[in-house]
Design a protein around this ligand. Structure first.
Ligand code: MSP
Length: 491
């Protein structure tokens, strides 16, 4: 079985999870379930980023020791992922020993190879970004609280790898998507790259992984955090597992953390002599009234609130289908309700009820026999290019194509009127209803990565658990069961 290693960013535990975090995690889960559906073996990693100034400050604010603060926050994420039906393979916290020991091993290695050196640095430091910023960045005024700092620190020779990195990005050996983000990174790399400050003196920040070669310092949070992608799968501890999974097939990230993933991370890997991830995909932001949702803006929509009102599967469906991958999307409860009612309640849910009721009333609750080998529906099903779209990560298009297929089942019903046919030609009515029911099975299977529970309910109604994406697997004679509407209308 082909492996597929997919990751989400690891989330800061300075705050509770919100729709932005939920989106990336559901997206990774959906992609991972899709890969399993097409016969691959996905490994899906997510977790928490627990070091650094932001977390230390949040802990102070709550009057807790940093580790206690992290231990208190972690369940909020884990519980939400459970509620959102997130089927991750592993969940890493950067305060775990399995991670800290690998970060220290790597620091030691890079230091010994000469790619880490000490220097005195004076410059502007952004509190929110937790990094030194350039004069140009300072003048942009985008960095909120900044302060001038002069101190001795350790630096990673990022500049040494600039040319190699540019080559690999240009020829897509490291594929950065969407194209606009690739261009953004290449634009950034047109300027001479400076070396990366990878330490923080303990006098200024205590909460971090101690440098193995100087106990007066802790590791810069990004140098620590990025390593999670390899520490979790056995880098420098379990060679067999590591080489079977690395390089990652895709790192999913939000567009705000593009530079750290496309510049810092690959140069770290180049220094270690490890392969680069195959692909980095940066999605857009969820906005409300065109502003990024964030705690400080006070406009955060809690995904939990949506789930309680409308069910997990419909929230997953909305988030996955509404955001054109790579672009920003605007969330509103009106657009949620509109999409729910038109796609799920009307197009999909009603159809399931109509088809199952017709079978119940006319075919003794059993899937009818079919002597019809092909129909518009079997042809439409064959046209869906699932694998290609998945390879391009076009999840919203995959969903859209499946919905088009579902709408074509409705059209097929209208054209063939099986409710009339049963009176004149019962055999043909059975053929039509078989083709509708089989199409519903296939649609439910194809949407199962997005809506794992509701699609299971639909398969139960159709009396099948066959999830093979091959036309004709629905067995004639199997008993259907009628239930309440799967997607009751929101009024
Ligand atoms: N800890 C770092 C990532 C380290 S990865 C080695 C971090 N954490 S974060 O919690 O601040 O954000 C994690 C992700 O959530 C980012 O990819 C970010 O883009 C995403 N989102 C945060 N708010 C968002 C929206 N409103 N919409 C969509 N995603 C956004 O950065």
């Amino acid at each position: 079985m082909e492996k597929y290693y997919i990751t989400t960013p690891i989330y800061y535990v300075n705050d509770k999870p919100h729709i932005g975090h939920a989106y990336t995690t559901i997206l990774a889960d959906t992609i991972s379930r899709f890969r399993a559906l097409i016969g691959e073996k996905p490994t899906f990693l997510t977790g928490l980023d627990e070091h650094g100034l932001k977390v230390q400050q949040a802990a102070e604010k709550n009057g807790k020791a940093p580790q206690d603060h992290c231990d208190l926050m972690a369940p909020a994420f884990i519980d939400l992922w459970k509620k959102l039906k997130i089927n991750y393979s592993d969940f890493i916290r950067t305060t775990e020993h399995r991670h800290t020991k690998i970060v220290q091993k790597i620091l030691k290695k890079v230091h010994e190879s000469g790619d880490i050196y000490m220097d005195e640095y004076e410059g502007w430091y952004s509190i929110s970004e937790e990094r030194f910023i350039t004069e140009k960045e300072l003048n942009s005024g985008q960095f909120g609280q900044v302060k001038q700092i002069k101190e001795k620190n350790y630096f990673f020779r990022m500049s040494k790898y600039q040319t190699t990195l540019v080559d690999k990005i240009e020829n897509d050996e490291l594929l950065i998507q969407p194209k606009s983000r690739k261009n953004e990174v290449l634009g950034f790399l047109k300027n001479e790259l400076s070396d990366l400050c990878i330490s923080r003196p303990k006098s200024r920040l205590e909460w971090g992984i101690e440098l193995p070669f100087d106990d007066n310092y802790v590791t810069y949070v990004w140098f620590d955090a990025l390593i999670n992608y390899i520490s979790a799968i056995g880098a420098y501890s379990n060679d067999e597992q590591f080489s079977s999974l690395w390089p990652a097939d895709v790192h999913l990230i939000g567009k705000d953390i593009l530079t750290t993933h496309s510049v810092y991370w690959p140069t770290m890997l180049l220094s270690l002599g490890l392969p680069l991830p195959q692909r980095i995909f940066a999605h857009g932001w969820w906005l409300t009234d065109e502003q990024k949702m964030s705690k400080s803006l006070g406009n955060v929509v809690s995904p939990l609130m949506l789930i309680d009102d409308f069910g997990v599967d419909s929230v997953r469906y909305y988030l996955m289908s509404e955001m054109v991958l790579g672009m920003d999307a605007t969330f509103s409860s009106e657009s949620f309700e509109k999409k729910y009612n038109s796609d799920l309640a009307n197009d999909f849910g009603n159809l399931v009820s109509r088809v199952s009721t017709l079978i119940k009333n006319n075919f003794d609750e059993k899937i009818p026999e079919s002597s019809l080998a092909e129909s518009d529906l079997s042809t439409n099903f064959q046209k869906i290019a699932l694998k290609e779209q998945l390879d391009n990560l076009e999840i919203d298009r995959v969903i859209n194509d499946i919905m088009t297929f579902i709408r074509s089942i409705n059209v097929f019903m209208e054209q063939n009127e099986p409710w009339k046919l049963v009176k004149s030609d019962k055999g043909q009515a059975g053929n039509i209803l078989y083709h509708c029911a089989e199409s519903l099975r296939l649609a439910a299977v194809m949407l199962s990565p997005v809506m794992p529970s509701k699609t299971k309910d639909i398969l139960d109604i159709l009396g099948t658990n066959d999830v093979e994406l091959v036309w004709g697997k629905l067995e004639s004679g199997s008993k259907i069961s009628i239930s309440k509407p799967i997607f009751p209308r929101i009024s």
